[in-house]
Design a protein around this ligand. Structure first.
Ligand SMILES: [Zn+2]
Length: 356
């Protein structure tokens, strides 16, 4: 089913050490991969973490799934890769791969003749993702980022082809089943770049896929690990790979609830990280500073902001304010840069919103 892993014995968990193809990757240490081949037949789910090397709760969640999933209870096969971007993990490098200084999550589906990150993403897409029936890429805030747990997937907007629309619809079902407070269904790349993100590239290959984020600031937060483990298990139920109640899929948390009730529910969900149903957002607005300096945010992850609100300032090293940072939308702060030192055009936060 996954040729690079060889034959998998049904009803067993196996450990593999995999050399990914690609000339730039020839000297790599092999990457650990765990296969959990269920006793009964069913879909193949591929889960990886460590596309960004400093997102540790995601890495730990994959390790824990490998230790805890019981192949005797599973229909289908789960393939787990704890760390894709091993060079970044080994060197504690946030956002990029230190070999080529590229963000791997901006060059999917990769290029077999490109730089290291392009060959690495090409290999994971072609050796793993395309052989799966669904794909989950686990992330969190990287070392300088805090966030509120959320899932991203490709929305149906702008897709004319009926197969692509179907893949997007199934991606959204998986995203809602995962069970984090927010789901962002987006149609455009978040940052202009050569390639796209894992979930978008996988969807283009016809594989329903999501990117789920929990944890951050370079630490091992137990609640974030548990959320990501539970989320994958929820998706396995949704795909029929595990017995148990499937998560309810709702188009919006606000249905049938008053505005203040909804706000309270979201606040509670944000506090515990657990969502009975996810709030669907359709716009991801990233806020940057123009000038380099010291960053003083006035908001925290999970805070609601209004268009025009002052959400922080950037000052110089004499203590004078260089720039007031203003919210461009009504929405919720999904991630926040928490390190005070920011560069020119530096990323400050991402705000999730609904399309107006
Ligand atoms: Zn990430």
């Amino acid at each position: 089913m996954i040729p690079i892993l060889g034959e998998l014995k049904t009803g067993t968990t196996q450990r593999h050490l995999i050399k990914l193809p690609g000339a730039a990757l020839a000297d790599d240490e092999p990457r650990p991969v765990i296969s959990v081949a269920g006793a009964k037949s069913g879909p193949t789910l591929f889960v990886n973490a460590g596309v960004h090397g400093g997102e540790y709760p995601a890495v730990e969640a994959v390790i824990r799934l490998g230790k805890s999933l019981d192949p005797k209870k599973i229909s289908g096969t789960v393939i787990l890769m704890p760390v894709l971007n091993l060079p970044a993990f080994r060197t504690r490098t946030p956002f990029v791969c230190p070999i080529d200084n590229m963000n791997p999550n901006r060059v999917f589906p990769g290029d077999p003749t490109g730089s290291y990150s392009e060959q690495m993403t090409y290999a994971v897409i072609n050796e793993f993702v395309v052989h799966a029936d669904a794909y989950i890429d686990l992330h969190g805030g990287d070392i300088p980022e805090a966030l509120v747990p959320f899932v991203i997937c490709r929305s149906q907007d702008g897709l004319a082809d009926s197969k692509a629309r179907d893949v997007a619809a199934r991606s959204k079902e998986i995203a809602m089943a995962f069970g984090l407070p927010y789901v962002l269904a987006v149609s455009k790349p978040i940052q202009p770049s050569k390639g796209s993100s894992s979930y978008a590239a996988a969807a283009e290959k016809g594989v329903p896929s999501i990117l789920a984020e929990a944890g951050g600031v370079g630490q091992m937060q137990e609640d974030a690990v548990e959320l990501l483990v539970k989320g994958v298990v929820n998706v396995m139920r949704q795909l029929g790979m595990l017995a148990g109640v499937k998560s309810q899929i709702q188009s919006s948390k606000s249905q049938g609830k008053s505005k203040s009730q909804t706000k309270t529910t979201i606040r509670r969900a944000v506090a515990t990280g657990e969502a009975s149903s996810s709030t669907l957002l359709t716009k991801f607005e990233w806020v940057y500073t123009k000038k380099a300096g010291m960053w003083y945010p006035k908001v925290a992850p999970g805070d609601f902001v209004k268009e025009g609100d002052q959400i922080g300032t950037v000052g110089d090293l004499f203590g004078d304010t260089l720039e007031k940072i203003i919210s461009p939308v009504n929405g919720v702060v999904l991630f926040l840069t928490i390190n005070p030192s920011v560069l020119e055009n530096g990323l400050l936060m991402g705000i999730g919103a609904k399309q107006d």
